[in-house]
Structures are given as structure tokens and as C-alpha cells.
Design a protein around this ligand. Structure first.
Ligand code: ADP
Ligand code: MG
Length: 453
């Protein structure tokens, strides 16, 4: 599911994706194709839209770019990330060459997504503070106390949108300012390749000359010591010259793990704001906004339908948008009279309103059942307050699996598990991830439970 992007490194994600590809091909009696072509690939970059996958050999590159093979990869990506990320297979040598050229070009390329603007952003109780802080920064970059501005919250709630909105605003109103939007994954790649090419000083100089640095998803810097160091230098240089820095993350500065302490303390120096799940009214307005942006006549959609989507899919906005896209797609193909009414919507989503809040509890329950069965505990013990070590570990696994397999926020998991808070769940998930990567028998236990889900 999509959240996994936040939870694991590219390597871990790719291991999961490859596992699914392998199973798919094994089932088709094509294990040999897997071993030859798919196994020898790496995931180089991942963002909301695209996964860049590299291979060393020309033949492999050609084979993997075949539509059928691409769709095998796309399907596996979807299964792991729960998001329509498209695979792009590249030759490793070409990729590295381009990376280097991009480092050179970075000066002129701001990487902003033009459609993410303040005008297109719907505000409500879940995001109005963040919106106001971003607008304040955009209006007077570097000249306020909001430096850095740190925006955090679960995936799909508008962080990247707000970040780009700041950039687009500044680009329009202060065209002389040098700005850069970069995801921390891309930043890591640039640092690594600059070091390899002995160009790290040039790289730093280029970033030091910025007026505005927007770095998306800084949690991906964790565990990357060398990159932390480079980022620290750039950060200080920009900050000391009163240049604006805006950062986003899936968690607050205090909850970030494995990033240098001195960086974390700097992250907390300015203003931290959060985005949360939209309330019904905001979700409804977002749908209206997206319909307008699609150029569709709003009166062709029954308001009941919008209420239905806003009720069932608003746990994250990406999901909400996805539900609308799906409905529009369905209506083009199946609506007889060009009207989208509740019946049509029910038909479009029949059988799989998996994100509906009515079903969510049941799904968490399924996970808890599987964990409880495996360890011979009762469900009540897992939901409850008992802190006996064994029970606590089982509970942590259940929380981790909920996050991994269900579309549910840290906050909601905590709520379901006896009203624990967001940070408890976050730290439980971190612990489990750590154990999975360090302890083979623990990893096996978790995979066994997953098989029973
Ligand atoms: P995040 O970076 O927090 O994961 P994004 O900024 O990528 O989330 O948002 C996911 C999608 O939802 C984007 O298409 C974005 O335009 C849309 N979106 C999120 N919040 C809003 C909002 N308040 N108004 C309009 N669109 C929104
Ligand atoms: Mg984002």
C-alpha cells in the first residue's frame, strides 16, 4: 500500500515488489524469465507517479520495456504501494549519466508541479494552519520566523501540494528568486552520484546559491549518514543567509529516527505545522474542486454521490481523488444517460469499498485475529492495556500489519487499539521494522502471519 513508501527504503520496497513479480511468474510457469530478467533490477527512484527501475544489460532493458512485462511490474507496484505508480525501466549506465547531467541542470530546473497551487487547495480544519503558514512563507520568503517551515502528516493529505504551491507562488511573484523543489530521495541520489564523480563541492555550491529550498519527505534521509552531513552544511549556509527552507515529513521532527540530532534540532527551530484527515465538508469541497478542474459540469453529478465519496474515501485525499477518477471512468463507459447518480456510484464501487469506515474496523479486526491466533492470545489481550512483553510485541506486530495492509492512519490505528496515540503506534511500527530487518526468526513469524491475513 502507498504508505509503505514512507515506511521502508527503496531497497525494502523493491524486495517486496520483486517477490510479487516472482509469485506471478511462478504461477505462470515462467520462473526462468523471473530469474533472468526481473531479478537483476534495482529501484532507483520512487515518487507519487513513477518508479524508475534500472538494469545493467541492454537485452534486459528491451525485454522489460515490453508492455506485458511493464504491466507485470506495474501490478506488483500497485499491490505493494496501493497507488498507481508507473514503472519506467532504464539502462543503469544511461541513468547515471542523466543523473549527473541533472545535477548540472538543477540550477535552472525547479521541479515544481505547476498544477499544485494555493488556488487549487481547499482549506478546512485539517489543514488551515498549514495553509496559512505556507502562504505567509510564500509572501515573504526568508523574512519571517517560520524558518524552517516544517509540514508533517500522513501520506496523501496535501504536503507536496502545499510545498509546490509555495514554489509556484514565489516563481510567479519573485521570478528572480532561485528555487528548488526536491524530494529527499532524489537529493540522496544526487549526493551519492556527485560524490562518486568527485563533484560534491559543485553540488553544494549550486544548492547554496538558492533562495528557497523545498525538500519533500525528509524522513527518507534517515540512516543516510553522508547525505545528512552534506544536507547539514547546505542547510546551515542557507539558514545563515536568511534563505527560506521548507520541509515536509510523514512525522514530526521529534519522531524522526536515524537522522543526526543536530539536524533534527534545526528542524524544530522554526514552525512545525500538521495536516490531518479532512472533515466531511472539506472532502466534499475538494471533490467539487477536482470536478471543476476536470472541466465537468457539476450538475451532471448528483450531490448524493459526492456525499457518498466524501463519506467513504476521505481518509486521504489521494484516495478521494482516485475514487472520483474511478467513478468518472465508470460513468463514461456504463452510464446510459450521462447522469451520475447514487445507483451508478454504488455499482462502480460494488464489492470493494475497502476504505469505507464501516469496513475499516472489520479489517483491523482481521489483522488482530490473525496475530492473536498465531500467538495464542485473545483479541481482547491485543486490544487491551496489558503490557506483558509477549503481548506487547504481538500488539506491535498487529499495529504494524494494520499500517502495512490497510489504508488507515497511525492515529486511527491508535484509536482502535484502546485509544493509544499516534506516536505510540509510530514507535511500535518502527520497532517491528527494526526487528524484521535484524532478526530472521522474527521476520519469518511476521511473514507467516501475513500469509494468514
Ligand atoms: P502528500 O504529499 O501529503 O502525500 P499530496 O500533496 O501529494 O499529499 O496530495 C495528494 C493529492 O491530493 C494531490 O493530488 C493533491 O492535489 C490532493 N490534495 C490534497 N489535499 C488537498 C486539498 N486540501 N485541496 C485540494 N487538493 C488536495
Ligand atoms: Mg508528498
Amino acid at each position: 500500500m502507498y504508505m509503505s513508501i514512507n515506511n521502508g527504503s527503496l531497497k525494502e520496497i523493491w524486495v517486496q515488489v520483486k517477490q510479487i513479480i516472482k509469485t506471478t511468474l511462478d504461477n505462470d510457469n515462467k520462473s526462468i524469465a523471473y530469474n533472468e530478467f526481473f531479478d537483476r533490477t534495482e529501484l532507483e527512484e520512487l515518487n507519487d507517479r513513477e518508479a524508475i527501475i534500472s538494469t545493467d544489460f541492454e537485452i534486459h532493458y528491451i525485454v522489460l520495456n515490453d508492455n506485458e512485462n511493464l504491466s507485470i511490474i506495474n501490478n506488483a507496484l500497485k499491490a505493494v504501494l496501493n497507488s498507481d505508480v508507473r514503472a519506467r525501466v532504464v539502462l543503469k549506465s544511461t541513468y547515471q549519466k542523466n543523473l549527473l547531467e541533472n545535477v548540472k541542470k538543477m540550477e535552472i530546473n525547479d521541479n515544481l508541479m505547476p498544477e499544485y497551487t494555493f488556488e487549487n487547495f481547499v482549506t478546512g480544519p485539517s489543514n488551515k494552519e498549514s495553509y496559512a503558514a505556507c502562504l505567509a512563507v510564500a509572501m515573504s520568503p526568508g523574512r519571517n520566523t517560520y524558518n524552517p517551515l516544517f509540514i508533517y502528516g500522513d501520506s496523501g493529505l496535501g504536503k507536496t501540494h502545499l510545498l509546490c504551491a509555495i514554489g509556484n507562488y514565489i516563481k510567479k511573484n519573485y521570478p528572480e528568486k532561485k528555487i528548488l523543489y526536491i524530494s529527499s530521495n532524489t537529493f540522496v541520489n544526487h549526493v551519492v552520484s556527485s560524490i562518486k564523480q568527485n563533484k560534491i563541492d559543485e553540488f553544494k555550491e549550486r544548492l547554496n546559491s538558492l533562495d528557497l529550498l523545498m525538500m519533500d519527505d525528509v524522513q527518507f534521509l534517515s540512516g543516510k549518514d553522508k547525505t545528512n552531513e552534506v544536507f547539514f552544511d547546505i542547510y546551515n549556509e542557507l539558514f545563515n543567509n536568511r534563505k527560506q527552507i521548507v520541509l515536509t515529513s510523514d512525522r514530526s521532527p521529534a519522531q524522526i529516527k536515524d537522522i543526526e540530532e543536530r539536524l533534527i534540532s534545526r528542524f524544530s527551530q522554526g514552525l512545525s505545522v500538521t495536516v490531518t484527515t479532512p472533515v466531511f465538508e472539506t472532502a466534499y469541497q475538494i471533490l467539487e474542486m477536482k470536478i471543476k478542474m476536470h472541466g465537468i459540469d457539476a450538475s451532471s453529478i448528483d450531490p448524493e454521490v459526492l456525499s457518498f465519496l466524501a463519506t467513504n474515501f476521505a481518509s486521504d485525499v489521494r484516495n478521494l481523488e482516485g475514487s472520483l477518477n474511478r467513478l468518472l471512468f465508470y460513468s463514461i463507459n456504463f452510464s446510459r444517460d450521462n447522469v451520475i447518480n447514487l445507483n451508478l456510484a454504488m455499482e462502480a464501487f460494488r464489492g470493494n469499498i475497502s476504505t469505507s469506515s464501516a469496513n475499516k474496523k472489520l479489517e483491523i479486526n482481521d489483522v488482530v485475529n490473525a496475530v492473536a491466533d498465531y500467538y495464542g492470545f485473545t483479541k481482547q489481550q491485543l486490544y487491551g492495556k496489558n503490557r506483558t512483553k509477549n503481548i506487547a510485541v504481538a500488539r506491535h506486530i498487529a499495529m504494524y500489519l494494520c499500517r502495512k495492509h490497510l489504508d488507515v492512519s497511525y492515529k486511527n490505528v491508535g484509536y482502535e487499539f484502546g485509544g493509544r496515540d499516534h506516536s505510540t503506534v509510530l514507535s511500535a511500527c518502527d520497532k517491528v521494522e527494526k526487528l524484521i530487518s535484524t532478526n530472521e526468526s522474527f521476520r519469518k513469524a511476521v511473514t507467516d502471519i501475513e500469509k494468514n491475513l
